[in-house]
Design a protein around this ligand. Structure first.
Ligand code: SAH
Length: 567
């Protein structure tokens, strides 16, 4: 399932803007400060190229607050300004916080955001939307809990009002009370607020309150269709759906989860047994309630009368951070960490996962407590929280993903099986090191951990022997540590029985981290002192070769061919 990141991105180009950016950030949930790397120290996320960063954020739909001249923003975004519907809010804010200018995103709430920021900075935002100034509300942008069915008609409707037309209100629109709309029972235009499935008439804006909850007795393949049919039978609009309620026993039901995702609805689980009890848990005093087969429909008087009962399905993501640097973390991992409530992992890696938000709970622990950490993560996720376990590199390579699977396999707790479990990959140490120096793993290779913590040393030697006999290139993880000082030496002695002393060896230490060192040597020259626990050792095959570079260093690669070079 894709995760949408709609937390605002605040972009700054100079250190002097940081204070203003932080004030805005403090008021906006999840907001992150992006700073131009060459000029700003201490931003949450550094960037190198303003235009590129701005366009990337815009395309993913992130609200954008840029502390710079409006002109720079407009020029940077101009190639993308075709489609008005898909526009996220974009605002320019003066470096010292003295001006707030909403630029784009009239339909996605830019003026609301501008007012929030204006409030923080103590300045009136430069709202330029005529209808909104005159009427004190943006008609095409109703408050949470309501949807406008026909936004495309909004422009003409507002233009007619501005030209002097009056409007009737059919139904309850509580937010109109604070506005200055020309409301008149004899008006020629109509604002209709209803949960009935009707089509918008000419001269009408049709709003649906989200006041319907559906209780689901059990999941089945065509659940979405059944919901549509049941609503159709009752002439209720699908746009008025606010919430799906299901039984806790159905935590792991794929049809229910898929239906909620398809309809874009929140999904909660409660202990109630029948569909009707489930719906009533969220709508204690319905104005209408019916049960159709496995579904119960309850309509609340207003969206505010819906109680968010029950709990969410928890989520546990086991993610790989990559070797260290932010640019080598896959975007899906960044998004997963950003939306997580709890972050578990070895302390060093949790630090690598930053920037984190103050409200995110960090459970850092010692590297060796892997199973305990996995169980802890399941307990948190089973309680409905969104949990991330971080590993360095790839989580499936000598890391947490297997530990999490082991914990699940050993468990008989149904609530653990109900957790939405996902694994997101990362760039593993051997891949990162290999890329720095060329392509030493360019043909068949083996990845072998030299740690005998969880497997007998004899097994390791046996595997090394087979890999050597097969002439595989090899990447050694966990090559050495204080607790395992002699194993690497023995492994290299074994290698030397099979491979020539000239065999090329790559040493990648702290790849992607500030003290990175990637070098190469030969099997004959290599000794254990050149390696530490933060090193990945790549032993080439008999065909691994070097190409001298003008600066004295070399590219190392293993060709794609085997035996003799094809002509
Ligand atoms: N899941 C990790 C591996 C964990 S095992 C991954 O996929 O990369 C730990 C071993 O990985 C270390 O002993 C070292 O051999 C290697 N390693 C991890 N990160 C590294 C890095 N940034 N540079 C070099 N080696 C690294």
């Amino acid at each position: 399932m894709a995760i949408v990141n709609d937390a605002p991105a605040i972009l700054i180009l100079g250190a002097r803007s940081l204070a203003t950016a932080r004030r805005i950030q403090a008021a906006l949930i999840g907001a992150e400060v992006y700073g131009l790397a060459s000029r700003v120290e201490g931003a949450d996320i550094p960037f190198n190229e303003f235009g590129e960063t701005l366009r990337a954020l815009y395309e993913t739909g992130r609200p954008i607050i840029a502390l710079c001249a409006a002109g720079i923003i407009i020029r940077s975004l101009s190639p993308l300004l075709q489609n008005k519907r898909a526009e996220p809010p974009v605002l320019a804010v003066a470096e010292d916080g003295s001006a707030v200018v909403p630029l784009l995103g009239g339909l996605s709430g830019v003026n609301v955001l501008a007012r929030e920021i204006g409030e923080v900075l103590g300045t009136a935002p430069a709202i330029t939307t005529t209808g909104e100034i005159r009427f004190g509300t943006c008609l095409i942008n109703p408050p949470e809990g309501y949807v406008l069915r026909n936004p495309a008609d909004g422009k003409t409707f507002i233009a007619d009002l501005l030209a002097g037309a009056k409007m009737r209100v059919e139904g309850e629109a509580p937010w109109f009370a604070d506005a200055k709309l020309p409301i008149d029972d004899g008006g020629t235009l109509t604002a209709r607020i209803t949960h009935q499935d009707v089509a918008p008439a000419a001269g009408e804006l049709l709003f649906h309150p989200r006041n319907i909850v559906i209780g689901i007795g059990r999941g089945f393949p065509d659940l979405t269709d059944q919901i549509r049919r049941a609503l159709g039978q009752m002439q209720l609009s699908i746009h008025s759906l606010a919430l799906l309620m299901a039984r806790e026993d159905d935590f792991a039901d794929p049809y229910i989860a898929a239906t909620a995702a398809e309809l874009g609805l929140p999904l909660r689980f409660a202990t109630a047994r029948s569909a009707e009890d489930l719906a009533l848990a969220a709508v204690p005093s319905p104005i209408l309630s019916v049960t159709i087969e496995q579904l119960a429909i309850a309509v609340a008087e207003t969206p505010e009368d819906i109680t968010v009962a029950g709990r969410k399905r928890g989520r546990l993501a086991v993610v790989g951070l990559g070797p260290g640097e932010a640019a080598m973390m896959v975007p899906a991992v960044r998004r997963e960490i950003d939306q997580a409530q709890d972050i578990l992992g070895y302390e060093t890696y949790v630090k690598m996962a930053g920037p984190l938000r103050p409200e995110q709970v960090i459970h850092a622990s010692d590297n060796r407590e892997e199973l305990a950490r996995a169980r802890h993560a399941f307990e948190l996720a089973a309680s409905g929280r969104s949990v991330v376990i971080v590993s360095s590199g790839d989580p499936g390579i000598f890391a947490m993903a297997a530990a999490v699977m082991e914990a699940l396999d050993d468990s008989d707790k149904p609530e653990w099986y109900g957790v939405e479990l996902i694994v997101l990959p990362g760039v593993s140490a051997a891949m990162a090191a290999a890329a720095r120096i060329g392509a030493p793993l360019g043909h068949d290779f083996c990845v072998i951990s030299l740690s005998d913590n969880l497997k007998p040393w004899a097994t390791i030697l046996d595997r090394l022997r087979h890999a050597a006999e097969g002439d595989f290139a090899m990447a050694f993880y966990n090559p050495i540590s204080k607790a395992r000082p002699w194993q690497l030496g023995e492994a290299l002695d074994l290698m030397r029985q099979y491979r020539a002393p000239e065999t090329l060896v790559v040493l990648g230490r702290d790849v992607g981290r500030p003290r990175e060192q990637v070098s190469h040597t030969t099997l004959g020259e290599l000794n254990a002192d050149m390696v530490d626990s933060r090193t990945v050792v790549i032993v080439g095959s008999s065909l691994t070769r070097a190409i001298a570079k003008p600066d004295g260093s070399a590219w190392i690669y293993t060709p794609r061919w085997y035996g003799t070079k094809p002509s």
